[in-house]
Write a new protein. Structure first.
Length: 226
């Protein structure tokens, strides 16, 4: 399918917002029609989410550094439909992360960044979805929204999705619950350990990678006296 995004283009010397059809296929009339229907669906979904966040009293947390993570977590849970390949083919998902900005209303974190335009997988909405895959108690104890964004943002994490998978495994371990604000030092330690090489090559085995990450995790908590 194709996905509609709105971009500013200079027309007759003036900036205008225009619809742009994003697709990795040859754009046909049928794909244009599908894109228009999906654009309407996206608009409806985001209005529903926005209204639900207002009703839950979460929208007022926007801009509150220590509390906004609950808003982004709950919104991320409601973006799960984007992962449904019967609605969004996997090859077009990156365009949807970008298109969400056009329909976000008061859920928008601000203006879209140049990087998110260039690499939609690093967008605010993509990170909200990733965050929502973890149990809330785990998310809340690990760190604030900035800490989680930094974790998703690190090149090591982006290059090797198994690191996020490993953290999901840690979320299921009871001995992690209750620890406070440990994600930022963990992210820093992972970066320092793996900055010089590609973990996908050094640790071809997922078990070996997980074992090494466990070592880093244990060292962080030992240093903190946990």
């Amino acid at each position: 399918m194709a996905v509609i995004v709105r971009e500013i283009r200079i027309i007759d010397g003036k900036p205008e917002k225009v619809k742009v059809f994003k697709t990795k296929r040859l754009l046909t009339g049928e794909l244009r029609e599908q894109a228009e229907r999906f654009d309407e669906l996206l608009s409806t979904k985001m209005r529903e989410i926005e209204e639900e966040m207002k009703t839950m009293g979460l929208l007022k947390l926007k801009g509150k550094k220590g509390e906004v993570i609950k808003l982004w977590y709950e919104m991320g849970k409601r973006l799960e439909f984007i992962m449904d390949t019967s609605i969004v083919p996997a090859e077009d998902r990156e365009f949807v992360w970008r298109a969400l900005y056009d329909h976000a209303g008061s859920l928008a974190p601000g203006r879209i960044t140049k990087r998110a335009e260039r690499d939609p997988e690093t967008s605010h909405f993509s990170y909200c979805y990733k965050l929502s895959r973890f149990p809330w108690e785990f998310v809340d104890s690990a760190g604030d929204w900035t800490s989680w964004s930094e974790f998703f943002d690190r090149k090591e994490t982006k290059n090797d999705p198994r690191i996020i998978e490993w953290l999901g495994k840690k979320a299921k371990e009871s001995n992690v619950s209750g620890r406070q604000n440990w994600l930022r030092p963990l992210t820093k330690a992972i970066h320092e350990e793996y900055d010089k090489y590609d973990t996908r090559i050094r640790f071809e085995s997922k078990d070996k990678l997980f074992h090494d990450l466990d070592r880093i995790f244990s060292r962080i908590h030992k240093n903190e006296g946990s």
